[in-house]
Design a binder for this molecule. Structure first.
Ligand SMILES: [Zn+2]
Length: 157
């Protein structure tokens, strides 16, 4: 039994962007062939060379918040199957030095719980332990090197 749920970008939000032909910030939806290293935030795996992907600006927040951050992420240009195993930490995502950015139940950053992990640490155990703390409502996993959002994680429902 897993203690957390990995939350990729909502497929419905991505569909709406594809229909509108732009992301939620007005950047045009411009598919291009992947080189094969791009981390895809819709299904949490690396792109295959030649797959049609798009670079968009994305924020995980759906309501106004002073903590809102938006940034560049790669996604599939067309709808994909999403992330198949939300109870498992993605095998090849966010395995470099990462910030586990913690938020409380009011949606404020929970500074005391912010944790950095590096290769050699157990990403799974650290994430589960953080989400087991009563003060922590959700976590944003970010790459320290690129600063971009990898995915959100919440306690399993
Ligand atoms: Zn995808």
């Amino acid at each position: 039994m897993s203690t957390y749920e990995i939350v990729p970008i909502s497929p419905e939000r991505l569909d709406a962007m594809r229909v509108k032909d732009e992301d939620e910030f007005g950047n045009p939806w411009k598919p291009f062939p992947a080189e094969g290293w791009e981390p895809l935030r819709c299904c949490l795996r690396k792109a295959e060379p030649g797959e049609a992907v798009a670079l968009i600006c994305y924020t995980p927040w759906t309501e106004p918040s002073p903590w809102m951050e938006a940034g560049p992420v790669f996604v599939h240009a067309e709808r994909c199957g999403g992330y198949p195993t939300p109870d498992r930490y993605p095998d090849d995502m966010a395995r470099g030095k990462c910030m586990f950015n913690t938020f409380d139940h009011d949606g404020n950053r929970a500074y005391d719980h912010i944790t950095f992990v590096s290769p050699g640490d157990s990403y799974e155990e650290t994430l589960a332990e953080l989400l087991g703390r009563p003060e922590v409502a959700f976590v944003h996993v970010r790459s320290v090197a690129a600063g971009c959002l990898a995915f959100e994680a919440r306690p399993a429902r």
